[in-house]
Design a binder for this molecule. Structure first.
Ligand SMILES: [Zn+2]
Length: 121
């Protein structure tokens, strides 16, 4: 039976360290696949030989939408990370498709904000 997906608001998914907020994922020691959030087995080779790893939180905004049902509208979207993963989270501030993003905006743990590295286009 499949377990529920990780709670993205859980403190161990994106803990705050001295260097800021980290994306804590896993790397398979058999085939090298990385995954986020952490899963107990590799989705490629199905082994349980995964180790915890802090992942690069930088990427490019792939898609987003604005949720207007709340009292204060907010944005959510997918960020294509430089490490090859696509992560879902809140989007803070001004951003559009292709904007360089990094983890660490205000609010919930998985919040991306425009990176100071500038747009990728
Ligand atoms: Zn693997």
């Amino acid at each position: 039976m499949l377990e529920p997906w990780n709670d993205l608001a859980a403190p161990d998914v994106a803990p705050i360290t001295e260097d800021g907020r980290q994306m804590l994922g896993v790397r398979c020691t058999t085939c090298g696949r990385i995954d986020f959030p952490a899963v107990p087995f590799c989705r490629v080779c199905l082994t349980e030989t995964t180790v915890s790893e802090a992942l690069d939180p930088d990427g490019v905004l792939y898609a987003f939408t604005t949720i207007r049902t709340a009292a204060e509208p907010y944005m959510v979207g997918y960020v294509d990370l430089d490490n090859g993963l696509r992560a879902f989270g809140h989007i803070a501030g001004e951003a559009g498709i292709g904007t360089r993003m990094t983890l660490g905006g205000p609010g919930l743990p998985i919040t991306f904000m425009a990176s100071e590295k500038g747009d990728s286009q």
